[in-house]
Design a protein around this ligand. Structure first.
Ligand SMILES: NC(=O)c1ccc[n+]([C@@H]2O[C@H](COP(=O)([O-])OP(=O)(O)OC[C@H]3O[C@@H](n4cnc5c(N)ncnc54)[C@H](O)[C@@H]3O)[C@@H](O)[C@H]2O)c1
Length: 332
């Protein structure tokens, strides 16, 4: 027997909201019943462009919930609005899939985690860059290397977004680096204990603050992770996933973030083709399965807080010019 599609309310109809509208439309396991945005004209326009003309459009999540009897909420608003949207949905009895970062601060994320515990409902972050078949292959290769000594990621891009990113502080660390920070935990299965970070903003930067950052993390397994990135780096740009190099006991594993990862050394790995949807479509598929089965996904809010804490610890280190323990920001 096939289950009925999950009835979804999407909150946020901006740039990423449009990508979510397409993704929801492409997945037969979900059905969009309402689109909420403070800017209802933008929501109407986005709905029309994505063949979702008959759905409820409103500027109030409460109103949408009352009018549509939904099963879940997808939150694609800006990071500062995530908390109010997610908590409203959870308190109304609805599980939530929220765009990264789940919150601008660890304290804010912990409050959301507390409400998720209280309500017993799933609050999951869409860490879309976890859902790459090449990434899961890369993880298999890293596991085959034995103990990991060091991991490094270079991320060099030159996007002109306009909007909130060009005005915010710590833009690279807060808005982008979380993808790599989260990915390294997924790849190595280890968690960080401390970080030293230096931020800068090159003279030609079109961002107000922190377009460049170098962060070195120490991990609990004794390995190090170095992130070297820039968001105003025209020229030989890396992929959006960054360029990865892992040195382990039995060799190296490298990935350019686009193609197949490469394993070099005294190890062999059988090729097992991975399946499943990629990027936000993969996150949505994972969310639907978790809601239906009660399984806890890897990016459930409690686990995701460690990735967020990596960002906050790196920001604190850059601001105060010192080594910061993750425990300081996790409050543990
Ligand atoms: N996974 C990825 O690769 C990826 C890529 C880009 C953006 N994102 C994330 O997606 C989110 C949205 O980014 P964006 O680029 O679409 O931003 P955006 O500014 O283009 O759109 C955000 C929309 O949310 C609406 N909004 C804000 N507060 C609201 C509230 N309280 N209630 C209802 N609507 C509200 C705004 O009116 C706007 O239309 C961010 O968290 C961002 O980090 C993820």
């Amino acid at each position: 027997m096939t289950a009925a599609p999950l009835r979804l309310i999407q909150v946020g109809a901006g740039a990423m909201g449009r990508a979510w509208l397409r993704t929801i439309a492409d997945n037969p396991d979900v059905e969009l019943v309402a689109l909420v945005d403070l800017n209802t004209a933008a929501a109407e326009q986005a709905a029309m462009e994505h063949d979702a003309a008959g759905i409820v459009i409103t500027d109030s999540l409460e109103d949408a919930i009352t009018r549509t009897a939904p099963d879940a909420v997808v939150d694609v608003t800006v990071p500062v609005a995530h908390s109010v949207v997610n908590i409203t949905a959870l308190r109304a009895g609805l599980p939530v899939l929220c765009e990264k970062p789940i919150a601008p601060t660890v304290a804010d994320a912990r409050e959301q985690a507390r409400v998720a515990e209280e309500t017993g409902l799933l609050l999951m972050t869409s860490q879309s860059r976890r859902y790459y078949r090449a990434l899961s292959r890369f993880r298999d290769q890293i596991r085959a290397l034995g103990a990991v000594g060091s991991v490094s990621t270079r991320f060099f891009k030159a996007p002109h977004f306009g909007g909130f990113r060009e005005e915010m502080r710590h833009v690279l660390l807060v808005d982008m680096a979380i993808h790599a920070f989260d990915a390294v935990r997924y790849l190595t299965g280890s968690d960080p204990i401390a970080v030293v970070c230096v931020e800068s903003n090159p003279p030609w930067s079109w961002f107000a603050h922190g377009a460049n950052a170098v962060a070195v993390f120490e991990f609990e397994d004794g390995s190090t992770f170095t992130y070297d990135g820039s968001w105003c780096a025209p020229g030989d740009e890396t992929s959006w996933n960054g360029s990865w190099f892992v040195s382990g006991e039995h060799g190296t594993a490298t990935w350019d973030g686009d193609g197949d990862p490469v394993l070099t050394g005294s190890v062999e790995l059988a090729h097992t083709p991975a399946s499943g949807r990629e990027e936000i479509a993969g996150a949505l598929e994972d969310f639907v399965d978790a809601v239906r089965t009660g399984r806890t996904p890897d990016t459930e809010v409690h686990a995701n807080i460690v990735s967020l804490a990596m960002v906050e610890a790196a920001v604190l280190s850059a601001e105060e010019g010192r080594r910061v323990l993750l425990a300081e920001v996790l409050g543990s």
